[in-house]
Design a protein around this ligand. Structure first.
Ligand SMILES: Cc1ncc(COP(=O)(O)O)c(C=O)c1O
Length: 443
């Protein structure tokens, strides 16, 4: 501890705000609860935090999307209900986007705009997890995005989960099979690149997932919220390899969830894309008739799930997404260049943490070091993640614990780089140095 109990952020104010927040423990708080607490402390102290808790895009949205949306509003779309399955031109551009950047063919019919990927996931659970009475459980390949488990709780659906940390490469097959052979798994879900750990599955791992999905007739929900953001390979040229890796090369039982929030910095517009494989779209499951007008998978998604949730996606935002996709598909706009700055931030932040004695938690994709991207995970020797987070708050640094993400690495925190500007690196260096000075000898 520094002399006089001094920390970079006034200890008394932090303590008071934690008390007022009603949180029993900062370490178990949700992302939004941490956001609220840090907002309060910043307001009371006038100090700016190094905010690493929430994945808010820290970049400007693309001009094409803004202009497309404004024009649509001026043309009067606001007074008209959109078609539930999305506007024709957007469906066409989503299909082109998937072809251009993953090299997968999919009919525009199965390309559906959703109110963020958040709604895409919710709707997918409503259909995929109810298609077979024997298959009533989702398997999460964790660590993962906590809200999707909350969606399961809200829907009263069952799930199982395992941390993939010790099951990379060939080991993934046996581990997955140990669940799938029970016969109760309807849906398998992971994000790639992964939130929170930023691991990226290799082609070998995607092949394993795809083959098992075929063998056990499981729907794979591949959450591509960070599409193209494994910057180790540049997927930005339409129609040319390399492509965004996807399980869709190995199974016809897939739903891709492609968010526009991070890859296109359009989080505020709440517009995402759900892409259903042609074969899965056409399949029938008698059980679906208990909930929806007929037993078709695709039909139930559109006229059952998406209809009852919001009757479609914001009309003008669909036009915004349409215009940026068109520009990207035509090769007129390089969306990867727009977001590459995250890699630079991540690289510098990881270096600073390591300089001051912190360690990276998830650090490899099989034999390769992890990419620099939107998130990374870190720990401090001798401390559990909860304790580390509670202490860092006094040093003007916020993050979330890995505990709440289904990770078994309870020593870890997740850092999101999006809100930390390059202009804050010196301050981060300084605060980490103080933290290390105060704690390295005491552990
Ligand atoms: C893995 C993952 N899936 C889905 C989402 C939600 O995406 P959207 O903003 O499109 O609802 C996020 C947002 O952080 C995410 O990290």
């Amino acid at each position: 501890m520094t002399p006089n109990n001094q920390t970079p952020i006034d200890r008394n104010i932090v303590e008071q705000k934690v008390r007022e927040s009603g949180l029993e423990q900062i370490g178990t708080a949700s992302i939004r609860e941490i956001v609220k607490l840090v907002n309060e402390i910043e307001k009371a102290t006038g100090e700016r935090y190094i905010r690493m808790e929430m994945g808010v895009p820290g970049l400007q949205p693309p001009r094409e999307a803004i202009e497309g949306e404004i024009k649509a509003l001026q043309n009067g779309v606001a007074s008209k209900y959109p078609m539930i399955e999305g506007i024709e031109e957007l469906k066409h551009e989503i299909s082109r986007f998937v072809k251009n950047f993953t090299n997968i063919d999919v009919d525009p019919r199965g390309c559906l705009p959703t109110v963020g990927s958040m709604q895409g996931a919710f709707a997918s659970f409503l259909v995929s997890c109810r298609r077979d009475p024997e298959k009533n459980t989702t398997l999460f390949i964790d660590p993962g995005f906590p809200v999707q488990k909350q969606q399961h709780k809200v829907l009263g659906l069952k799930y199982e989960t395992f941390d993939v940390y010790n099951y990379r490469g060939d080991k993934l097959r046996d581990k997955l099979e140990s669940y799938l052979k029970e016969g109760n798994i309807s849906t398998l879900l992971y994000s790639n690149p992964n939130n929170p750990s930023w691991i990226c599955f290799t082609e070998k791992e995607l092949r394993i997932i795809g083959e098992l999905a075929e063998q056990y007739d499981v729907v794979v929900m591949e959450d591509l919220a960070y599409f193209g953001m494994d910057f180790r390979q540049d997927i930005s040229r339409p129609g040319e390899p390399p492509y965004q890796p996807t399980v869709a090369h190995y199974t016809d039982n897939y739903i891709l969830l492609i968010s526009s929030s991070k890859s296109f910095s359009l989080a505020g517009e709440r517009t995402g894309m759900m892409v259903i494989a042609d074969k899965l779209f056409e399949r029938s499951f008698p059980q679906l008739k208990n909930y929806y007008p007929n037993d078709g998978f695709g039909y139930s998604m559109v006229y059952g799930a998406l209809y009852t949730l919001s009757a479609g996606t914001n009309h003008s935002a669909q036009y915004g997404l349409l215009e940026i996709l068109r520009a990207v598909n035509n090769g007129d706009h390089n969306f990867i260049e727009d977001v590459r700055e995250y890699a630079e931030r991540s690289h510098r932040m990881k270096k600073l943490l390591q300089k001051h004695g912190f360690r990276l938690v998830y650090d490899r994709d099989e034999d390769k070091p992890l990419a620099d991207g939107f998130y990374f995970t870190f720990s401090f020797p001798g401390m559990e993640g909860r304790e580390l987070l509670e202490k860092l708050i006094y040093y003007g640094i916020s993050a979330i614990t890995l505990d709440i993400t289904g990770s078994e690495r309870s020593e870890g925190l997740r850092a999101c780089v999006s809100q930390v500007g390059l202009d804050q690196m010196d301050e981060l260096d300084h605060r980490l140095e103080r933290f290390a000075r105060d704690h390295l000898n005491s552990v």
